[in-house]
Design a protein around this ligand. Structure first.
Ligand SMILES: [Zn+2]
Ligand SMILES: [Zn+2]
Length: 378
């Protein structure tokens, strides 16, 4: 009895290549033995079954043979007279889903598709801490970046004086097919040539500088320009300052993550800054002035209106953080008003306070009136 590959993958006879591929990928996610909820033997059998169906239906020639003559006809084309993992040539179609542990089964490591052509080097990440004042003004910071760079004497070829020839192991293709013993039997995978790292190039004598790797370790001094207004977690991308590519591609990038230290006097809320001042009870009652410092240390006179309550918030316009790196306007500075309650008072002060307190209760408004009259005279 023939097998119904269309049914196995759950697709129509008229399915397109893309539909077949996505059906296979969906089922592979379900039945891959490393992730499947089924018992291991069931998953392995099922995974092999869908892989066989996919091997046939994804190949237009095999699919035509199958459509015309049935599964027996294609089966006889497989190496051992039936499908085995040796015949499976599409590991790369699902290797992105299973990442590294897929490599455990297929032994391939990087998938064939990604390995073609030069690859960008690894990108690196670095964290920098700056003060809130630096975030206000912007700052230039010199940092040390340990990374790999293309070896200068051999221009990254790995060969002495840059002399290169075609790699003998892969005949310049950069890829090798390898057969591996696994729990599924023998498996074939296509992977980067281990000798030339997929470059297809080789050399007779190793470059003494990099011992053939094509790159060297270096710590580069880099000046990072941090724009004004940056916030906690802002990321700057410095192109090309990551690791060198090992096969002639562009270098990776350097991502600099900015951390803004907590300030002792100021809290930040986007473009606004919050701080506090301590004043006196009479100044709240009668109105008055206090000197406050902005983040940059400038002295500003803050007017306290008559009758200001403890905990009130007063605003100083334009003394917050820059609204953006390109903006010339700044947010505002908010000042929360506190008073200092003395724990010790003189006899004279106590008497004065006692007098004030006589106005508590129903008479309070009278005292208030007196104080208001007084403040008007001032
Ligand atoms: Zn090679
Ligand atoms: Zn070198």
């Amino acid at each position: 009895m023939g097998k119904d590959y269309y049914e196995t993958l759950g697709v129509d006879k008229s399915a397109t290549q893309d539909e077949i591929k996505s059906a296979y990928r969906r089922l592979a996610k379900k039945y891959h033995p490393d992730v499947s909820e089924e018992p291991k033997e069931v998953a392995e059998a099922k995974f092999k079954e869908i892989s066989e169906a996919y091997e046939v239906l994804s190949d237009p020639e095999k699919r035509t043979t199958y459509d015309t003559y049935g599964s027996d006809a294609v089966n006889s084309q497989f190496s051992g007279g039936g499908f085995s993992w040796d015949d499976f040539t599409h590991a790369e179609d699902i290797s992105d889903i299973f990442g590294d542990f897929f490599g455990n089964i297929f032994g391939g490591g990087r998938s064939g598709q990604q390995s073609r052509g030069p690859r960008q080097g690894n990108s690196l990440r670095m964290d920098i801490e700056i003060s809130l004042l630096d975030a206000l003004n912007g700052v230039k910071k010199e940092v040390q970046v340990p990374h790999t760079v293309t070896c200068a004497p051999c221009k990254g070829t790995g060969g002495k004086d840059g002399k290169v020839s075609t790699c003998g192991q892969c005949n310049g293709t950069g890829q090798v097919r390898s057969v591996r013993q696994t729990m599924f039997g023998n498996m074939v995978s296509v992977s980067d040539c281990p000798k030339c790292h997929g470059t297809g190039k080789s050399y007779e004598e190793r470059c003494p500088e990099c011992r053939g790797s094509g790159y060297t370790q270096k710590t580069s001094k880099v000046e990072v320009s941090i724009p004004k207004g940056v916030d906690e977690g802002s990321t700057l991308t410095l192109r090309g300052l990551g690791d060198a590519s090992y096969n002639g591609g562009p270098p990776g990038d350097l991502y600099v993550i900015i951390h803004v230290k907590k300030d002792k006097a100021f809290d930040r809320d986007g473009a606004n800054l919050w701080t506090g001042i301590t004043t006196t009870y009479p100044r709240l009652v009668l109105g008055g002035q206090e000197e406050v410092r902005t983040l940059e240390g400038e002295k500003v006179i803050l007017t306290i209106p008559k009758g200001t309550q403890v905990g009130s918030v007063l605003r100083i316009n334009g003394k917050g953080m820059p609204r953006s790196a390109n903006s010339s306007t700044r947010g505002d500075m908010f000042v929360r008003v506190k008073i200092d309650v003395p724990s010790k008072v003189t006899k004279e002060e106590a008497e004065l306070l006692q007098k004030l307190d006589n106005g508590a209760g129903p008479k309070k408004s009278k005292i208030r009136k007196k104080l208001d009259d007084l403040s008007e005279k001032i």
